[in-house]
Design a protein around this ligand. Sequence first.
Ligand code: PGA
Length: 275
Amino acid sequence: MTQLRRPLVAGNWKMNQGGAGAPALAAAVCDATRGFHRVDVVVCPPFTAIAAVARQLQGTEVQVGAQDLYTEPHGAFTGEISASMLLEAGATWVIIGHSERRSLFGETDAMVALKTKVALEAGLRPIVCVGETLSQREQGKTLEVVHHQVNAFASIFADAPGVGAIAYEPVWAIGTGKTAVPADAEHVHAYMRDRLRDVSAELGDVTRILYGGSMNATNATGLIGCGEIDGGLIGGASLKPADFASICEAGQNSINFTLRPPAFPKRPAAHQERS
Ligand code: PGA
């Protein structure tokens, strides 16, 4: 981790804790991470729990994210949620293009790019997910796949360098207990950072690239300790406050300064109100 990037650990609760248990879990995360001032901690509950979790976390350092959004501001889109609705509920982050959305719900690179643009324009910080499947890895296509996925949104990220983050999540590692060896993950992260540098040196320097896929209390220090791994996107372990806090602690201990990520650039009002 270089001095330009503050560690970020985000919990992706997936389709768990959508009701009364959500504020309780958020409170437990908050208690367990109290005093960690050198890492950004984010929890991403299901849509139904965002408002309650945001209320619970008000005035604390733990931030709230959503797991997806839709690209239109309002209208006849049954079942979808807009960026402004997420902001209103209290979210400041949003996960985009998770491999489960790509594989189960048919999200394409083009949709991921549009969602990224909409999120940034609305004032939400995106965490955009990329990663290869097992068969792509076995065919030696990992770098090609992530290059293609990152290319789809890199120029959009370049409009607000460092505001959003990328999560490298090898699909074969998600929820399987199999984790990339730190050196392998580091290699992919360094490659992606070089591709961001192709767009702009600043973009490469300030974009936080998280690792995700079976990160846990035991392997987090080895992964986040790598210079190119700026934190984690955590699924299963984010539902266990003590485990999640251990991962946040690995972020907290990975550097010794407290530089904040850049604020949103000022945008014309038309960009902020997409109605
Ligand atoms: P996992 O999930 O930590 O349970 O592997 C990570 C993710 O899907 O974001």
